[in-house]
Design a protein around this ligand. Structure first.
Ligand code: CFM
Length: 556
């Protein structure tokens, strides 16, 4: 292995800037940090949720993707119509592995379909509302769905089609819920803006429509879980075995009915903070449902999260059942760990993903003895890096101000605090932190690298210098990375693998990573730098500090 503890992160950081013009280097210097924490554990401020530098080759997606694909995409019984040229619909068609399981084949499942208005030049010139009206009517006549949602793409915003007027009109005409999202791709700096727009739209048009009290004794809402690779199936099973009733998930394996009833839960737990924190806050403000952050990625984290939920409901029987479930699951996890850990121990991982997983998956790597030496999000905000403690100090720039902030008040009839202020504060004193997320950086090692919106150049240099055992990213980077002789695990789609959530998921992950980092196949690929002659940072390590850095050897 070439992993050397003596590679200095500050030198690597400087190295990354070298290829850039001064202005670019200056901007990137705020987004690339060597993790340092002050005595009370607070991380240094990072520049995040800012515009990508044109031409830098970012991993990011667009606002439309965040709204249509991420938040609404996993729900099976809404017909989601992309209003725009066919490409936007086509490229967001079945590209995310959000699975769903309708109770029978007779139940609606529109996920396999791609609905688009297929705008043509004529529509761009004369306006596309006629076509949109027609598409909604057609979808209604053919599929008779419970609801239809419309998603605006860039040209729709540019020509000014009033999609909301059309959906209001069609809602009236058809007698079903029809609503639209102004989530044009350019609307924000990344897909993150799309999450916010989706959260707002769901809150305005869907959540709270059905006040039927849920049947369970302990009623839970799961926010920010999208059933990638079947994760939600694992979690639904765990939750049900503990004796908890899942009222709604936003939005893995979900239905429109669940969204309408989501405000009737007695507790909301948040998995992916970035994509759904707005809904969590708004439900709390209007309906009185408290929320806290959980993490079901990693066996230890899963056990901790289940116990946290049991503590909230504070019922001896529930606590007992929860402990029994954990006790059933743990031996399998421990056996897998005992086998795999010795083979993975000490190896190094890099994680550059989305707005949540670059943090959560560090727990899974830690469980098999692997260290995360560099990590970053594509589009997260400072609170996801540094924790929600920095929220008051985040400066809202023009791009964020562009996204509507809903003003939410307690509902005069339906606001029902699930716990009194005293109960909440006594729970907080006993370690149940509500409305909180500690962020990624405080949990990462001092001296590790944290990089926001990583570029292709930086990816390549990091791999050349550190030669990690695995590089976790997405499909855009995967093959470029593997051509350098380093395995790449997709943490968006899980490649063909998963589920990775919960205990069973942890075992799947250990096994997949074990195979990837211990296969001999990578030694058969000659990486480009082995042929390089120009002086490089890694070469200078060999020169200046003999023994501190081995030149990339063939992996044996
Ligand atoms: Fe949340 Fe996600 Fe993520 Fe995300 Fe995503 Fe995703 Fe992701 Mo890809 S909602 S922020 S916009 S956990 S699609 S399921 S894997 S980038 S880290």
């Amino acid at each position: 292995m070439s992993d050397s503890p003596s590679i200095r992160a500050d030198e690597v950081r400087e190295e990354l800037f070298k290829a850039y013009p001064a202005k670019v280097a200056r901007k990137r210097s705020g987004q690339i940090l060597v993790n340092e924490k002050d005595p009370d554990g607070a991380a240094a401020p990072i520049a995040a949720n800012v515009r990508t530098i044109p031409g830098i080759i970012s991993q990011r997606g667009c606002t439309y993707a965040g709204c249509k694909g991420v938040v609404l995409g996993p729900t099976r019984d809404i017909v989601n119509i992309t209003h725009g040229p066919i490409g936007c619909g086509f490229y967001s068609w079945l590209t995310r592995r959000n699975q769903t399981r309708p109770p029978t084949n007779e139940h609606d499942n529109f996920i396999p379909y791609c609905f688009s208005t297929d705008m043509q030049e004529e529509d761009i010139v004369f306006g596309g509302v006629k076509r949109l009206r027609q598409a909604i009517q057609e979808a209604h006549d053919i599929f008779h769905p419970k609801a239809i949602a419309v998603f605006s793409t860039c040209p729709v915003g540019l020509i000014g089609d009033d999609v909301h007027a059309v959906t209001r009109e069609m809602k009236e005409k058809l007698g079903i819920n029809v609503f639209a999202f102004s989530c044009e791709g350019y609307r924000g700096v990344s897909q993150s803006a799309g999450h916010h727009i989706a959260n707002n739209g769901l809150f305005k048009h869907v959540i709270g429509l059905n006040d039927t009290p849920p049947a369970g004794k302990f009623n839970l809402g799961m926010l920010g879980e999208y059933n990638i690779g079947g994760d939600a199936f694992v979690l639904e099973d765990l939750i049900q075995r503990c004796g908890i009733n899942l009222v709604a998930t936003l939005s893995g394996n979900s239905t429109m009915d669940q969204f309408e009833n989501a405000h009737m839960a007695d507790l909301n737990v948040v998995m992916c903070h970035r994509s759904i924190n707005y809904v969590a806050d708004m439900i709390q403000k209007r309906f009185g449902v408290p929320w806290f952050k959980v993490n079901f990625i990693g066996a230890e984290s899963s056990a901790k999260s289940l116990r946290k939920i049991a503590r909230y409901f504070d019922d001896p029987e529930l606590t007992e059942r929860t402990e029994a479930v954990i006790a059933e699951e743990m031996p399998g996890v421990e056996a897998a760990r005992a086998e795999i850990r010795p083979r993975c121990e000490g190896k190094r991982a890099m994680l550059f993903v989305g707005g949540s997983r670059a943090h959560h998956y560090q727990d899974l790597f830690r469980e098999i003895g692997m260290e995360t030496i560099a990590a970053g999000y594509e589009f997260a905000h400072r609170d996801d890096y540094e924790g929600r403690r920095v929220l008051p100090s985040i400066k809202v720039d023009a791009d964020s101000r562009n996204i509507e902030e809903l003003h939410v008040e307690p509902d005069p009839q339906r606001y029902r605090p699930r716990k009194t202020a005293e109960e909440l504060s006594s729970m907080a004193q006993r370690g149940l932190q509500f409305n909180d997320y500690e962020g990624m950086m405080p949990e990462m090692a001092e001296g590790s690298l944290v990089i926001d919106d990583i570029s292709h150049h930086e990816t390549q240099r990091l791999i050349e210098i550190y030669r990690p055992a695995v590089f976790c990213a997405g499909i855009k980077e995967k093959f470029a990375v593997q051509k350098m002789g380093v395995p790449s695990k997709q943490l968006h789609s899980y490649d063909y693998g998963g589920p990775y959530a919960g205990f069973r998921g942890a075992i799947n992950f250990y096994r997949d990573i074990d195979q990837m980092v211990n296969t001999r196949i990578w030694s058969l690929i000659a990486p480009p730098w082995e042929k390089e002659t120009r002086p490089t940072l890694e070469a200078s390590y060999v020169r200046n500090r003999p023994g501190s850095f081995e030149q990339a050897p063939a992996r044996e």
